[in-house]
Design a protein around this ligand. Structure first.
Ligand code: ATR
Length: 268
């Protein structure tokens, strides 16, 4: 989708995917900096490890502790996390105002962390449910060190989820359930989802996730992970180029790539 955006704006840039092993990360980053590459995205499993190879990290990204976008500012590598911006933009462009919405967020890993940081700043109530409660509590302590907010944490069980859904407006799945190799397993039934809820699943792929299928058939508003991918890509584009991202051009390129089965940023 980045190449479609570069072409659309007549920019002489090209976006290329590289596979880098953990062992080669340091050399790869050094090489990109020395070659004068303007910027790059970083994805799993390097989002946390990359931090130590960068010269500057934007403050909210430092708090999140994971980088997915790097700008090469005349030899100074600056790290950003556009997952957070991507999630907020995906919500707003689907009519959800985080400041007026209570959230139930599933997960406490890297992706969940970026979303919880960005949502917690605005929302009147955020409840985090995770399979491993200790991880959710650790994340809560980390967030509370940075932001003056309160967050409720619970173990991810059907009973806790149903209870939390009763008083929230938006359910976000930020676990890896729904991804290839981890297709199902969230403790939720269609009947648990009232139609007044918005359900946002950050997982994306060729077909709709089981959670979004249930939510749609229950009459809820649904937001797919493709929306987040689009907006995090647009935010990265703006960091690298200083130009407003042509979001609709990127949306079309992403839809084509998703239909072809291309995963993530690579090749879009
Ligand atoms: P990412 O960077 O994509 O967020 P991660 O950091 O490995 O990946 O986090 C994965 C998240 O999905 C975690 O919250 C994980 O729960 P645990 O902390 O208990 O491991 C959650 N997850 C993965 N598989 C799950 C499953 N089958 N049921 C519930 N939660 C699951």
């Amino acid at each position: 989708m980045h190449n479609a955006a570069f072409r659309h704006l007549g920019l002489d840039c090209v976006y290329v995917p590289f596979k880098v092993s953990s062992r080669s990360l340091r050399d790869a980053v050094r090489g990109l900096r020395l070659l004068g590459v303007k910027g790059f995205n970083v994805t799993v499993p390097h989002k946390v490890e990359i931090v130590k190879h960068l010269q500057k990290i934007d403050p909210i990204t430092r708090a999140i502790g994971a980088v997915n976008t790097v700008l090469n500012d005349s030899g100074t590598l600056v790290g950003y996390n556009t997952d957070a911006t991507g999630a907020i933009e995906a919500l707003k462009s689907n009519g959800v105002s985080p400041g007026d919405s209570k959230f139930t967020i599933l997960g406490a890993g890297g992706a969940a962390s970026a979303i919880i940081f960005s949502v917690a700043e605005a929302s009147p109530r955020v409840t985090v449910l995770n399979r491993t409660l200790e991880k959710a509590e650790k994340l809560k302590r980390k967030i509370k060190r940075q932001l003056q907010v309160d967050i409720w944490t619970k173990r991810l069980t059907r009973r806790n989820l149903v209870e939390s859904l009763r008083t929230c407006d938006v359910l976000v799945n930020a676990t890896s359930v729904g991804m290839e190799g981890n297709p199902s397993g969230l403790p939720i039934r269609r009947a648990d989802l009232e139609r007044r809820l918005t359900v946002f699943d950050i997982v994306y792929g060729r077909s709709e996730t089981e959670l979004l299928r249930k939510a749609r058939s229950a009459g809820c508003k649904t937001i797919s992970g493709v929306e987040m991918l689009l907006h995090q890509g647009a935010a990265a584009f703006e960091i690298w180029t200083g130009r407003k991202a042509p979001v609709e051009v990127m949306r079309r390129a992403l839809a084509e790539a998703t239909a072809r089965g291309v995963r993530g940023n690579a090749g879009c």
